[in-house]
Design a protein around this ligand. Sequence first.
Ligand code: SF4
Length: 302
Amino acid sequence: MRNILTEKIQKLKRERNAIILAHNYQVPEVQDIADIVGDSYSLSRHAADTDSDVIVFCGVHFMAESAKILSPDKTVLLPVKDAGCPMADMVTLPELRQMKEKYPYAAVVCYVNSSAEIKAESDICCTSSNALKVVRNISNKQIIFVPDENLGSYVASKVKDKEIILWKGFCITHKRVKAEEVKKIRQLHPDAKILVHPECEPEVQKLADFLGSTSEIIKYAGEIPERDIIIGTEEGVLHILRRQNPGKRFSLLSPGLICTNMKKTRLEDVHNSLSSMQYEIHVDEKIRQKALRSLKEMLKVK
Ligand code: SF4
C-alpha cells in the first residue's frame, strides 16, 4: 500500500514538475519521500534555487510562507492546511507596532519562525544559528527580539553591549524540557554528550554540552567521537541522525520533544497536495517585498 502511494507521489511529482521539501521534524515516511530534508531556512534557500514549478513544503505554515517570499513565481503548497507554529502566532502585528512605539530607537530582529507580516515589520531576520552574528552586526544599542524569548535570552547573555528587549514567545515543544530532567539524564549517562537547541530554556541550555540549531546539532553529532548522544530538540531529527551515524546511539532528552504540528503531515497528505494542488500559499506582494528585504539583510551578515 505504502509503495503504491509512493509511486503515485513520484508520478505526480514528475507531471507537476514539483519538488518535495521536508523539515527534519517531519515523520520518517515523509522525510524519506522528500527530495531535500533540512531546517526551515535551508529548505527555503533550496526552494529559491530550484527549477521546479511547484514546491510541496512539508513543514508548518511560516516555513511555506518563507519559501513563497523567496520564490514568488512558484506555486508553494502546504499539504496540511492547519499545520501551524504556536510560537510564530505569539506575536501579532498590532502588538509589535506597539512595542516599536515604546522603543522608537530599537531595531527589530525577528527569528525566521515568524509570519510574513512580522518579517515585513522587522529590520532584519535571523536563524537560530546566526542570531548572535546578526545582533552584533546591528549599530542600534536597543534591540527588540521576537518572538522566541529563549533564543533572545541566549543572545542577550552573549551580547553585553546592547539592551535586548525580549518578547515572551516560546516553542511549546522545546519548553517542555526541564532542567531537572537534564540533571537526571546526566547522572544516568555520565559519558553521553547532551546537545540542545537554543529554543530550550536557559537553565537547560546551561546544562548542555553543545547548543546549536537543528543543522548544527546534526553536523556536530556526526563529528564528535562519542557514541552515546542525547538530543534536546524535536524527535524527528533522530531519523537522519541514526541513518547518517549507524555506529552511534541517539536518544531523546525528554519524551515531550514532539511537535504535534510537525507530525500532522502524512504520505496521504503529500499525495492529496500534489493531486489537488492544495493548499496554496499566498503572500500579499507589499508584505512579501518588505519581508524579503528583512531576509536579504540577514544574508548580508557574514
Ligand atoms: S517545534 Fe516549536 S518552533 Fe518548531 S514548529 Fe513546532 S512549535 Fe513551532
